[in-house]
Design a protein around this ligand. Structure first.
Ligand code: UTP
Length: 229
């Protein structure tokens, strides 16, 4: 299967807010297994608490919105480079930083890893655009929750998981959320625009156990599936 693996920044840091190298290594071994099984994938990583911390520092210095996003992007590149380090020889040695580079390199045998691309969006938009460029039909969005809930499960533990929803319904859920540097929602507006025009399905799974990635790809075990409407 050809797909984009989006690894949420929340998975890459431990409870002390330090980069969780064990998690990087576990993700890398899952990716190695998928590649050996013949799957084709591009990886996109978020910036997690490092992005949030840098954005806060930028705000204190009086940075404008674009500069705040650039600080967030810098954090995603740090995470992308560490993922490349964990993947060792199977990865292209540096993060892919432009769409042109992705277009040029996507048929290489190496695993490509991206962080952010440009201000005004989140890495979910990057993952959507990467899926469009490489012609993937699936965007596997791996975060620290099972999928999309009726309410934010971190604030409302009783919130129910939605196992399947249409893109229109996801748009509706997302429209009420803020789009801010360091805090783009579940799926930002630009990501949804790209998903809509490219006809990509989004599958959400919980990556706290990285084996869930294998279960999703090989057995269709998905927390939430967003179908193309
Ligand atoms: P994300 O918001 O995507 O990372 O990027 P995250 O917080 O780890 O989110 P999840 O958990 O992966 O979904 C970090 C910040 O980098 C900037 C934004 O400010 C974003 O909030 N960014 C990222 C961009 O400006 N452009 C990009 O293409 C990507």
């Amino acid at each position: 299967m050809k797909f984009v693996l989006k690894i949420g920044g929340s998975l890459l840091f431990d409870s002390e807010q330090e980069l969780d190298l064990n998690q990087f290594n576990q993700m890398a071994s899952i990716v190695r297994q998928l590649k050996l099984e013949g799957h084709e994938l591009v990886i996109v990583v978020g910036g997690g608490v490092l992005a949030k911390k840098l954005v806060e520092k930028g705000k204190t210095l009086g940075a404008n919105r674009d500069a705040l996003d650039q600080l967030g992007i810098a954090a995603t590149w740090v995470c992308a480079q560490l993922m490349i380090t964990a993947l060792e020889a199977i990865a292209y040695p540096t993060p892919i930083m432009t769409e042109e580079q992705l277009i040029e390199l996507h048929e290489t045998d190496k695993i490509l890893v991206l962080g952010g691309l440009h201000p005004g969006q989140s890495t979910n938009a990057v993952a959507a655009r990467a899926a469009e460029i490489i012609g993937a039909r699936i965007l596997l969005n791996v975060t620290d929750v099972e999928g999309v809930y009726e309410k934010d499960p971190k604030q409302s533990p009783e919130a129910k998981l939605i196992s399947e929803l249409t893109l229109d319904k996801l748009r509706h859920i997302v429209s009420s959320l803020a789009n801010e540097p360091g805090a783009y929602p579940l799926f930002d507006k630009r990501a949804l625009e790209i998903i809509g025009r490219a006809g990509v399905e989004i599958w959400f799974v919980n990556g706290k156990d990285p084996q869930n990635i294998i279960h999703a790809i090989n057995n269709g075990k998905i927390g939430t599936r967003v179908t193309i409407s």
